[in-house]
Design a protein around this ligand. Structure first.
Ligand code: HMG
Ligand code: MG
Length: 304
């Protein structure tokens, strides 16, 4: 018997950003805009739309401003964007995001590969972004990559996660994502990473961001749900991967998380049928089936 589970969870769909950033084929701004709109219509209240990063590093996100401008925004929906430095923040500001996301790593090697600087340097770059955002009334989230494993360094100790969380807290980052970037984590390991983060952040201010490379993301979601965590990031149709984590696949599929929560009587505020349609839309645009067993099962059932 699972006790004290949250009665509701909030899902942040990162599909338009984390899901599409690594997509090799061109995806038009119009498709990205429609995806965001379908997600909000399905009931998602937080959507990570795009990144204001170097277009040389991540070409797929080069249409950031166009996508942000094209969305017919809905009241009560939070639109977030990635801003690794003040240059990214200044460009993002014109698009009026509700929240900006700075992203650091618990492993030094990943920090270097992903954002071209050390962990300490990244905090120095983030600090002015955090200040400028807070001054402008924009919320700030911190993504913490490689909290259980790193593609370059292997296992990552919880102490490294606590260290990064403490640094993020010290510069005023309001909430953080505990990310298993390469999807190697298993339940006890992600619980340890989460526990390390909870030394610095309250339960309401942490979220789980689990990639599904080894098929553990739903189990890891449940494991942290049992700790009382109620914010989770997921990706429509299981899209995605990180350009600097070769071989890593997408986040846990939003459809899979919603199905599991519904089955457990936990409110997500999301309409599963409309969500399946959103996943089918982007999967069709990409020319491949959704990377979600729930989506495939429901689509097969509909077809039959
Ligand atoms: P840098 O080389 O250290 O930056 O890159 P720089 O300040 O030396 O500038 C170099 C060039 O980049 C210059 O252009 C700048 O203008 C330009 P040039 O003179 O050579 O033409 N530049 C920018 N252009 C647009 N927007 C900017 C920007 N900043 C500099 N904001 C930087 C630093 C972070 C920009 C670079 O390393 C970069 O863009 N990296 C991409 C990182 C990325 O997007 N990774 C994927 C997202 S993170 C992720 O997926 C993990 C997550 O999901 C959680 C998880 O699963 O772990 C969040
Ligand atoms: Mg990610």
């Amino acid at each position: 018997m699972l006790l004290n589970l949250p009665r509701r969870v909030k899902l942040i769909d990162v599909g338009p950003r984390d899901g599409l950033q690594n997509e090799k084929q061109p995806v038009s701004a119009a498709i990205k805009i429609e995806l965001v709109q379908r997600l909000q219509a399905a009931g998602l209240k937080e959507i990570e739309v795009t990144s204001f990063v170097s277009p040389k590093w991540v070409p797929q996100m080069a249409d950031n401003a166009e996508v942000m401008a094209g969305i017919a925004r809905m009241e009560g929906v939070r639109y977030s964007v990635l801003t690794p430095n003040i240059k990214g923040f200044e460009s993002a500001l014109l698009s009026k995001p509700d929240e900006v996301v700075v992203f650091g790593a618990a492993s030094e090697a990943f920090s270097q590969k992903n954002i071209n600087c050390s962990i300490a340097e990244s905090i120095e770059r983030f600090a002015p972004v955090v200040k400028a955002a807070r001054d402008a009334g924009i919320a700030v989230r911190g993504a913490m990559s490689c909290t259980v494993g790193c593609p370059y360094e292997g296992d990552v100790a919880p102490e490294r996660v606590a260290y990064l969380a403490g640094l993020m807290k010290s510069i005023g980052i309001q909430r953080v994502d505990v990310a298993d970037t390469i999807g190697v984590g298993t339940p006890r390991k992600v619980q340890a990473a989460m526990e390390a983060t909870l030394k610095h952040y309250a339960l309401n201010d942490v979220s789980g961001h689990f990639h599904d490379t080894y098929g553990q993301a739903l189990a890891n979601t449940l494991a942290t749900l049992e700790m009382g965590v109620w914010n989770f990031q997921s990706s429509i149709a299981g899209l995605g991967g990180c350009p600097y984590a070769k071989g890593a696949t997408g986040n846990v599929a939003t459809e899979d998380v919603v199905y599991m929560m519904q089955g457990m009587g936990i409110d997500t505020g999301v309409d599963l049928d409309a969500l399946i349609d959103a996943g089918a839309f982007i999967s069709q645009a990409l020319g491949r089936p959704p990377n979600s067993l729930v989506a495939r099962a429901i689509l097969n059932k509909r077809a039959g």
